[in-house]
Design a protein around this ligand. Structure first.
Ligand code: ADP
Length: 284
């Protein structure tokens, strides 16, 4: 859950600042990308853990309301994962993430593995323990489900995970973190995984694969209000389009439209576009 306080300025250590307002919304990369996928028209099942607190109940309701299938979500005794976010009037922020229940999502039940095996695409992020991502990718591979990893937040990828990734989605910071070094090394990325999508913010995105395809797909021009969650909108839509069997470069183009539709609006999960909104940008 994102707990967002808006204030004239960010408090310094030890300081108390009288804020403007407070808003609460579903957040975290997994939740955002699940909502993005459901709004983009994908039949979306969420695997993860919420806490036994009021935030857990609320998160469950919000994801359900967005059309995400929450049948398998675990409730673990203790707090839900929260992000305490402070934003000043210039848009500068300070964020504290307390993972809570996310860290209890370890190991996969048979039912969870079967659900993964039954899907077209498994979409993972890195806000849960690495061993769970490894287990999920294995279950997907065994069941013929394609695996998309959004390596966010940036961290080094576990060696056991690499052979089971079909498509890696990274922004520039994450691409550098995956390979090390200070420039984006595409051959190095393709030595790790067979296909990569690099998101390039306002410059769009780039698709590369081991068959030698290398295509830069320009961004859609829209009026930019707030770029928060653009990556989540993009990744959720990309997974849906690939799951529908669209060609990957075509899927990337459509995902660019999702990212563009997202940046027109203020906010995070509330700014994730519907399929109609994505198509509207796509066709313009
Ligand atoms: P992240 O939020 O993960 O850093 P990016 O900033 O690269 O991801 O944005 C993801 C995608 O959203 C981009 O590939 C692009 O398609 C779209 N996007 C982001 N910023 C803009 C923008 N200013 N104008 C149009 N599209 C954008």
């Amino acid at each position: 859950m994102d707990l967002v306080g808006l204030a004239p300025k960010l408090p310094r250590p030890g300081e108390t600042v009288l804020g403007d307002e407070f808003v609460m919304m579903a957040g975290g990369k997994g939740a955002n990308q699940a909502i993005a996928a459901a709004r983009a028209g994908g039949q979306t099942v969420f695997l993860g853990a919420i806490g036994s607190d009021a935030f857990g109940v609320n998160l469950n309701a919000r994801l359900n309301g967005a059309g995400v299938d929450m049948r398998h979500v675990r409730t673990s005794y203790g707090p839900s994962g929260v992000a305490v976010i402070m934003v000043d009037r210039a848009g500068e922020n300070s964020i504290l993430v307390a993972p809570g229940a996310n860290n209890t999502f370890v190991g996969l039940t048979e039912a969870e593995q079967a659900e993964i095996a039954a899907g077209d695409v498994l979409l993972c992020q890195q806000e849960i323990p690495a061993e769970t991502v490894v287990a999920a990718a294995r279950a997907a591979r065994a069941g013929g489900t394609r695996v998309v990893l959004n390596a966010a937040p940036a961290r080094e990828l576990p060696g056991e995970l690499l052979p089971n990734i079909d498509l890696l989605v990274v922004n520039e910071v994450e691409a550098l973190m995956v390979t090390g070094g200070d420039t984006i090394d595409v051959p190095e990325l393709l030595s790790l995984v067979p296909r990569v999508v690099l998101t390039l913010g306002g410059s769009g995105s780039r698709y590369v694969d081991r068959d030698g395809r290398d295509e830069t797909v320009p961004a859609f021009r829209v009026e930019v209000t707030d770029t928060t969650a653009a990556g989540d909108a993009f990744t959720g839509a990309l997974a849906v389009a690939w799951g529908e069997g669209r060609d990957l470069v075509e899927a990337v183009r459509w995902a660019n439209a999702a990212g563009a539709a997202c940046v027109r609006r203020v906010g995070a999960s509330n700014a994730l576009p519907t399929r109609d909104e994505i198509d509207e940008v796509y066709r313009a």
